[in-house]
Design a protein. Structure first.
Length: 263
């Protein structure tokens, strides 16, 4: 349907993907949420597979316009807006700029506007193609502890690794696009936090298990948003939405039910 994936029925949730940009990397999350809710998602508009317009001159604003357009294409006036990692940065800014379209805000292991890359990440941003082999080579060591905690059996780990590998082949990421997305965010003038009117849920993994983005970065939203509550998804780090999708969907479902009761 015009570049969006629309699955399930019930309270609508718009799910914004992470820095990889492809919605397929969140397929387990989509499937779990769609058991009880209507889930609308998409690939970010600067992906070649996307059917949304993208003007490089607009930078980060492209993604805000994309969420607005996705709601229109799905026939929705308002929805719960949920973002994972980089998608959380988009979701929070959309909630501030388009408060009339947001019934609730979910930020899962979300990047915060104040985040600054460490020296290794800075080198990656300056030369994404050159640094991408190192990034790929070090990924298993960064993620191993989390995967072992989230998936305690060898069979579950092998299945997840096979799925993850298939996504990398069938829905490949582009280092240059990922770096550009970070640069667009760093150049963007973000709205003031008080512009967010909707109730908010901040979801993180356990601090020791998130080796991608420090949990304290995501927790900064708790200082920004008076209505925000925080839930720790146990036995996960940065990948909790895909390593434990049913548990993640349960956390979001309880939040959505509360939003409905208070509406």
């Amino acid at each position: 349907m015009k570049g969006i994936v629309d699955k399930g029925s019930g309270t609508p949730i718009v799910l914004i993907p992470s820095l990889q940009g492809r919605w397929e990397w969140l397929r387990p999350t989509v499937d779990a949420l769609a058991k009880r809710h209507r889930v609308v998602t998409f690939s970010l508009c600067d992906e070649r597979t996307s059917r949304f317009p993208c003007d490089p001159e607009k930078g980060f604003d492209n993604f805000l316009e994309q969420v607005d357009t996705a709601l229109d294409r799905a026939g929705l006036e308002r929805a719960v807006i949920a973002g994972v990692s980089y998608g959380g940065l988009i979701a929070s800014e959309f909630a501030a700029r388009y408060p009339h379209r947001v019934t609730g805000l979910v930020l899962a292991s979300a990047l915060h506007k104040t985040w600054q890359p460490d020296p290794l990440q800075e080198r990656y941003l300056r030369a994404p193609l050159l640094m991408s082999p190192l990034f790929v080579a070090t990924a298993p060591s960064r993620l191993r502890q989390e995967i072992v905690a989230a998936l305690p059996t060898l069979g579950a780990r092998l299945r997840f690794s096979a799925w993850h590998g298939a996504r990398a082949v069938l829905s490949p990421t582009t280092p240059a696009r990922m770096a550009r997305r970070i640069e667009w965010a760093r150049a963007h003038h973000f709205a003031k936090p008080y512009s967010v009117k909707a109730p908010a849920l901040v979801v993180t993994g356990e601090p020791v298990l998130d080796q991608v983005l420090p949990v304290d970065v995501t927790r900064r939203y708790l200082d920004d948003l008076d209505s925000a509550r925080h839930v720790v998804l146990e036995h996960t780090g940065h990948l909790g939405s895909v390593t434990r999708p049913d548990e993640f969907a349960g956390v979001l479902g309880r939040f959505v039910d509360d939003v409905k009761r208070c509406a």
